[in-house]
Write a protein that binds this ligand. Structure first.
Ligand code: AMP
Ligand code: MG
Length: 412
């Protein structure tokens, strides 16, 4: 019989236990200029001080009209309107539109009083110098952005807990907001451990390899909206790891890669056991890859022991560290399905029930359909991650997947 030294927890249970023990962010606040705000998380809702836009605007080049004047218009029987005005861009359109009148207007121009629709230039027929034939009727509101339609005065432009994307930044600029209050970025300390590891700028001797996890983790931390702090490297020795961990606890989160399993040279668990309370909450997750994951909390500081295998470390980060960072930033829990891409699996994939399998896939389009092809190769190969652009999560209840089956692909 296979002996298991772990007290395996289900993924969902491990996530819940760990997240509940982590503090709820934000950990602090700072004010940043809007140009530096992309990727930052809003600490409080931002409301608009004014109607956006502040006036009715045309969405096309054409003629501002009273919609009622165009009812029944057709190519056979155009409605003839007198061009009473030419509305200059960037200026107020003050002259009211009388019955039977229209005004030439460009995209973004202000509708004059009395106008309630715009007819596209393409739907007109210029007759004489100051008369235009409208060949299609316009309903009230056609081709018009109403005053306050983007956001009314007092309305929420962006909610608290939103990680600002370029489009939110644009909306804030549009509303005249030039500084925002954002959550302080959690500082995430990264330590790599292992007697066999050397830094990437050196030549490994036989038996040694260049260390890569701290590079991957640095990028993952940054992409998650946090700030990486590099602690360097420690050999597989309790005292060395303990000293680095103590330094790392000045940050908000500590990640230790390598040595998280139960082998003779695996020291992470012994060091993390000294932490507390609450200390080690989870050691071993029913997950492949990344079974030897350790989830601990020292006081209020989350500390994660990630497996050294680069693929496992990556998976463990996505499932346990990224949700923690979101919480520390004051964001809502991530729903993988929000970002999932539906694709058909190209071949059968076996998986044992009772554990979560994370499958690396490459998305390819064939005959107009999107297919997810499992990436071949041993789990220790970093190239299996670079060949993949998505992951498929096979739940505990599933015994593998069948070729042709639709799956949710989580982009990576
Ligand atoms: P461990 O979790 O320490 O048993 O390591 C599992 C595998 O991952 C071993 O083959 C290690 O050499 C490798 N490994 C551990 N840490 C790193 C690292 N920082 N970068 C690249 N490979 C690593
Ligand atoms: Mg090791």
């Amino acid at each position: 019989m296979e002996v298991d030294f772990f007290q395996l927890k289900r993924v969902s249970e491990a996530q819940r236990i760990f997240l509940e023990a982590c503090p709820q962010g934000p950990l602090g606040y700072e004010s940043v200029a809007l140009l530096d705000a992309t990727g930052r998380v809003l600490a409080e809702p931002v409301r608009s001080q004014e109607d956006l836009p502040g006036f009715d605007r045309s969405t096309v080049d054409g003629y501002a009209v009273r919609a009622a004047d165009t009812f029944g218009a057709s190519a056979a029987l155009p409605a003839y309107l007198r061009i009473a005005d030419d509305i200059p861009m960037g200026q107020a359109a003050n002259r009211p539109l009388g019955p039977g009148e229209c005004a030439r207007i460009a995209t973004g121009g202000m509708l004059p009083p009395g106008a309630d629709a715009v007819v596209m230039a393409e739907h007109t027929d210029l007759i004489a110098g100051d008369e235009v034939g409208i060949v299609r009727p316009a309903a009230p509101g056609t081709n018009v952005i109403r005053r306050g339609e983007d956001c009314p005065a007092g309305g929420v432009l962006v909610e608290a807990g939103t990680m600002l994307r370029p489009q939110e930044v644009a909306l804030l600029a549009h509303a005249g907001v030039t500084r925002v209050k954002v959550a302080r970025r959690p500082r995430v300390a990264i330590l790599s451990t292992g007697d066999e590891l050397v830094p990437p700028d050196t030549s490994p001797a036989p038996g040694q390899i260049r260390e890569s996890n701290s590079f991957a983790l640095c990028g993952l931390v940054t992409a998650s909206g946090a700030e990486p702090v590099l602690l360097g490297h420690a050999p597989d020795e309790v005292a060395a790891i303990r000293a680095k961990l103590q330094a790392g606890l000045a940050a908000d989160v500590v990640l230790i890669s390598g040595g998280s399993s139960v082998g003779v040279r695996d020291m992470t668990a012994a060091v993390l056991d000294e932490l507390g309370p609450p200390g080690v909450l989870v050691h071993g997750v029913a997950l492949k890859p990344a079974k030897p994951t350790i989830l601990a909390v020292a006081g209020t500081k989350p500390v994660v022991g990630l497996p050294g295998n680069p693929v496992s470390a990556h998976v463990s980060f996505l499932l346990f560290v990224q949700p923690t960072i979101r919480r520390l930033l004051g964001m809502a829990p991530f729903q993988p399905r929000w970002a999932a891409i539906r694709a058909r699996l190209s071949k059968n994939y076996p998986s044992a029930a009772g554990r979560v399998d994370v499958l690396r896939v490459a998305l390819v389009e064939r005959d107009g359909e999107l297919w997810a092809e499992p990436v071949q190769g041993k789990s220790g190969l970093i190239s299996t991650l670079t060949s993949a652009n998505g992951m498929v999560i096979i739940e505990e209840t599933q015994e593998g997947l069948t070729a042709g089956q639709w799956v949710d692909v989580w982009p990576i």
